[in-house]
Design a protein. Structure first.
Length: 327
């Protein structure tokens, strides 16, 4: 339990540091959200109305920084992340809540598929090292070196404009009614195919290469040679003695990748104008929407910290040596 307590304590401290930095950065930057909002609206407000907006954005000048910090923590505890400038006067939590399911659906599905397929291919290529299957190595290396937004542009050009097989932008059709109905589900899936395939092709190479290298290392161990000398079934040697031990780093990396699901694939979502967190962050930065960008960064940071904690817990359960190192 000491290992898990130390991990939880470390990530709680990291979360507090991230929240504090997230609070300080916008207040140390020149300007404030009220000035940006007034510039966007091209309007002029009375000093009283301007002061009311500053209070609403948590930037009242008559209060101390400590008081603002305590108020900020209190708002976070109640799930209040401020007001969006781009979607004024919609709360930031509402804007993020509407975009988050799209990213979890797209990036989550693509991450799981790429992990499963890449790990299985890595197991096979590692066991069959030196065979014709090694041709997958330069192919996967090439895919990992290609920027995924470039793959996205090629997918839009080929499958969207030339072949017209899939939609090229958005998360659903403009005439579809959002809800749990078959036409909307079909439209959402068809709009997600191209960005999902782009993410899978760009990320599968890493899983293949890491699993293949670990398989080659594990298969060189003495206990694998002993299992082969005993005449154990080939499938049992591959799965029980090889893959079971080689998959540990991939499992830990998969747990880490779950945290980045929340951040979305910013460039891919921007290319396809997909209504997820990545595209929302792109809009927030482009429109100088400080409250929205600040909240998105905070959500991404917390998600990554939780994923890191999950990875440490899973790795500690799978490999007792990790726990013994902090005993």
């Amino acid at each position: 339990m000491r290992y898990y307590a130390r991990r939880v304590g470390f990530y709680l401290l990291a979360a507090w540091a991230a929240i504090t930095i997230n609070f300080l950065l916008p207040r140390l930057m020149p300007g404030n959200p009220v000035e940006v909002l007034l510039a966007r609206l091209k309007g002029h407000l009375s000093p009283q109305a301007t002061n009311a907006l500053e209070i609403q954005f948590g930037l009242a000048h008559h209060t101390s920084l400590v008081h603002e910090y305590v108020s900020y923590l209190n708002q976070l505890a109640h799930g209040q992340l401020g007001i969006s400038i781009t979607y004024f006067p919609t709360p930031v939590s509402t804007v993020i809540g509407e975009a988050l399911p799209w990213t979890v659906f797209l990036v989550g599905f693509a991450t799981i598929i790429s992990f499963i397929v890449g790990t299985l291919l890595g197991i096979i290529v590692g066991w069959k090292r030196g065979s014709r299957l090694d041709v997958l190595l330069p192919a996967t290396t090439f895919l990992s070196a290609v920027p995924y937004f470039w793959l996205a542009l090629l997918a839009v050009l080929l499958f969207g404009y030339v072949l017209k097989w899939f939609p090229t932008s958005g998360g659903f059709g403009l005439t579809d009614t959002i809800g749990f109905n078959l036409p909307f589900i079909e439209s959402a899936i068809s709009h997600a195919v191209l960005p999902a395939v782009t993410i899978i092709l760009a990320s599968i190479a890493g899983w293949v290469l890491s699993m293949r290298n670990m398989m080659v290392t594990v298969l060189g161990e003495d206990y694998v040679a002993l299992a082969e000398a005993k005449g154990l079934p080939r499938r049992r040697i591959i799965m029980t003695y090889g893959a079971r031990n080689a998959i540990l780093p991939n499992v830990a990396n998969f747990a880490l990748s779950l945290g980045f699901i929340v951040s979305g694939a910013i460039l891919t979502e921007a290319v396809f104008a997909y209504p997820g967190i990545g595209y929302l962050l792109f809009e927030a930065v482009s429109n100088e929407d400080f409250p929205l960008a600040q909240a998105i960064f905070l959500v991404i940071t917390i998600a990554v910290l939780v994923a890191n904690l999950l990875a440490d817990v899973v790795y500690g359960m799978l490999d007792p040596r990790a726990r013994q190192g902090e005993a």
